[in-house]
Design a protein around this ligand. Structure first.
Ligand code: SAM
Length: 266
């Protein structure tokens, strides 16, 4: 079993108790010595490594199970390579803040496939200190398009339609608020890596004012996602699944793998 994100070692201890420490490996990008000492004090000596978990631990592979207690934007190729056939990966796949959930995929040949969890879980994002941050454009100063909406202004508080919207954006999106002089939120704000932005009035009264600018119409993507989601009967996470190929193609589907919602490649 491989755990990604050792942290305190608490979850590693649970894995050691359940499986036996000789069957547990764990990796964290940060210092793992404190976890090692804590685990040793309980009599557990799993393999602990310090490094980027996106690479797995090749010299300990193959693994029957890989569990990530840190959020990833995709299922890394190395994890598929290091998993036995019929093995399972449990990971929090998150495209943007709040846009994703735990998914459990089973490997069969070159493909891993499975469903999102019915509940909602969020881990902190995976960090890659050795990789430069992708460049982000400043918010565009072009004049915005102004419309209105009857949807909730804080789009990221509705995780399923927000996930569907982020699937179509193709650019990283940050979320936040515009504050007034008393530091009270007056608008929910989406900003994208390509300079696009959208602001949605947080007033209680409908319809709410929307302003958006830039090459990616961020609010249009949210409206489109809601229309699809409502047409499908507002499905919860457990009706969605994910198929991942060894070539990095990720397909999100509804109910069964043939009913494709969107694909993305990493
Ligand atoms: C939510 S904590 C994990 C909690 C842990 N399983 C426990 O029981 O305490 C997420 C962990 O992922 C680690 N992390 C972040 N980026 C990582 C990466 N690229 N590779 C491995 N670990 C990473 C963080 O340092 C942090 O310790």
């Amino acid at each position: 079993m491989l755990e990604i994100g050792t942290g305190t070692g608490y979850n590693t201890a649970l894995l050691c108790a359940g499986l036996g420490d000789q069957h547990v490996s764990s990796i964290d990008i940060d210092y793992t010595e404190a976890a090692r000492q804590r685990l040793a004090s309980l009599g557990y000596r799993p393999v602990l490594r310090t490094g980027d978990g996106i690479e797995g631990i090749p010299d300990r592979a193959p693994f029957d199970r890989i569990m990530a207690t840190v959020a990833v934007s995709h299922i890394p190729r190395a994890w598929l390579d290091q998993l036995v056939d019929d093995g399972l990966i449990l990971a929090d796949v998150k495209l943007n803040p709040a846009a994703g959930n735990l998914v459990l995929v089973r490997k069969r040949g070159e493909v891993a496939e499975g469903r999102f969890d019915a509940g909602q879980a969020w881990f902190m994002d995976m960090r890659h200190p050795d990789q430069p941050e992708p460049p982000r454009a400043s918010p565009t100063s072009e004049a915005p398009t102004c419309t209105t909406t009857s949807l909730p202004a804080v789009a990221w508080e509705q995780p399923v339609p927000w996930f569907l919207a982020c699937l179509t954006n193709g650019t990283p999106v940050d979320v936040g608020y515009r504050l007034d002089d008393d530091y009270q939120p007056v608008a929910a704000r989406l900003t994208a890596g390509d300079g696009s932005w959208a602001e949605i009035d947080t007033a209680e009264t409908e319809p709410r004012a929307v302003a958006q600018a830039g090459p990616t119409r961020l609010w249009d993507a949210v409206e489109h996602a809601y229309r699809r989601w409502r047409d499908w009967g507002e499905p919860g996470w457990d009706r969605f699944g994910l198929t991942v190929t060894a070539y990095g193609e990720h397909t999100v589907w509804l109910d069964e793998p043939g009913q494709v919602v969107a694909t993305f490649a990493r």
